[in-house]
Design a protein around this ligand. Structure first.
Ligand SMILES: NC(=O)c1ccc[n+]([C@@H]2O[C@H](COP(=O)([O-])OP(=O)(O)OC[C@H]3O[C@@H](n4cnc5c(N)ncnc54)[C@H](OP(=O)(O)O)[C@@H]3O)[C@@H](O)[C@H]2O)c1
Ligand SMILES: [Zn+2]
Length: 337
């Protein structure tokens, strides 16, 4: 079978199509014909050599978390799915026995990791991690959902976002940003989205953003947010100096949830402001398989439609990563292996 493999950590020029043996499913596993696999900045971190999860000993490496397709064969002991089922994979990998696996939520698992291997014609996965699709849900659309929308949904929950809330989403035009904008809209809250691109912000208004701010310096963005109002919550996947900015504009008692570090892994916190204003800073990673089931149902109900900017053949996977690296992306990019 063909896969799109990372052959080095230099960037998109190190993505190549390779032929490898087609794997078969072991106990408890299913082999899927992959129809669609979305990419995430997580994959780009790996390709740029900036991920603790994947070292050079694992090259050539096949990434791809967000897999949708059709079950071709199942291994021994699999009861949850059978050949011919249309499915999407929850990329969570958990130990099943730690206190968080026992008590929930599962994304706190002490051994938490993620599936990689979707940028391939076939993928062998844990069958229990497959969610079967209602007839109305397309594999291409649902491939855009797992990582970005599960993460955004869990962030909304961690931030306790409810109807009428004002929510700041710095960098609202990528995978997590667009997902957060749509879900904030779906719960009846209002969003402020930021970007360096006026064209992307026009599109963001079209999918439910209430306020948009164009800018790339946090001082200008912070002033513009203050003119709109003090957010009840900040959904922050950029990290870096967006953290200081977000905390300073947050209302008293407001909540900032952080899931990423695109703009930097460090930031300063004004400690007196934090405690005197009773603000919260909350870490968050991914969501649960139940969240993915909920999102698939919301898709079936047409509560939201995942935003897919571009689709690529497997042989153009390098271009998909180049587009993400160049910030030439609105929402999600999907590869068809
Ligand atoms: N912890 C978790 O479970 C989890 C899950 C998913 C994602 N994440 C993290 O969340 C982040 C977003 O992931 P994603 O897949 O949504 O990425 P993405 O699609 O590439 O995000 C693009 C967005 O980020 C903005 N951006 C890109 N580089 C920037 C920079 N240097 N400074 C400021 N803004 C920048 C873009 O702004 P413009 O519109 O101006 O181009 C755009 O709005 C990543 O850090 C990722 O690792 C974490
Ligand atoms: Zn566990």
């Amino acid at each position: 079978m063909n896969v799109a493999a990372f052959t080095g950590f230099g960037g998109p020029e190190d993505v190549a199509v390779r032929e490898i043996d087609t794997p078969g499913p072991g106990n408890g596993e299913a082999m899927i014909d992959v129809h669609a696999c979305a990419i995430n900045r997580h994959d780009l971190w790996i390709l740029e050599g900036d991920s603790a999860m994947v070292g050079s000993e694992e090259l050539p490496f096949v990434t791809g978390l967000d897999v949708a397709g059709v079950v071709r064969t199942v291994g021994d002991g699999v009861k949850s799915v059978s050949a011919g089922d249309r499915v999407v994979l929850c990329p969570n990998q958990t130990c099943g026995v730690c206190r968080f696996c026992r008590d929930g939520p599962e994304n706190l698992c002490e051994q938490f990791s993620l599936f990689h291997g979707g940028l391939a014609e076939h993928a062998v996965v844990n069958a229990d991690r497959l969610v079967t699709l209602p007839e109305s849900v397309e594999t291409t659309a649902v491939a855009a959902v797992p990582t970005a929308y599960m993460t955004a949904l869990h962030m909304l929950r961690r931030a306790d976002v409810g109807p009428g809330d004002l929510v700041l989403i710095p960098g609202a035009t990528g995978g997590v940003g667009v997902a957060a904008t749509q879900l904030v809209d779906a719960v009846g809250a209002r969003s402020i989205g930021t970007s360096t691109s006026a064209a992307k912000l026009d599109r963001l208004s079209g999918i439910g953003a209430d306020f948009t701010i164009k800018g790339n310096d946090t001082e200008t963005i912070g002033d513009a947010v203050a003119n709109i109002g003090a957010p009840d919550a900040v959904l922050n996947h950029l990290g870096g100096e967006y953290t200081e900015m977000g905390l300073s504009v947050l209302r008293r008692g407001g909540r900032m949830v952080i899931c990423g570090r695109t703009a930097g892994g460090r930031s300063e916190i004004d400690i007196p402001e934090l405690f005197l204003d009773h603000k919260h800073v909350i870490g968050s990673t991914m969501g649960t398989q139940k969240d993915l089931q909920t999102l698939v149902q919301l898709l079936a109900d047409a509560t939201f439609e995942p935003v897919i900017d571009d689709e690529y053949e497997l042989s153009d996977t390098d271009q998909a990563f180049a587009d993400m690296q160049n910030r030439d992306i609105f929402g999600k990019l999907v590869v068809h292996p």
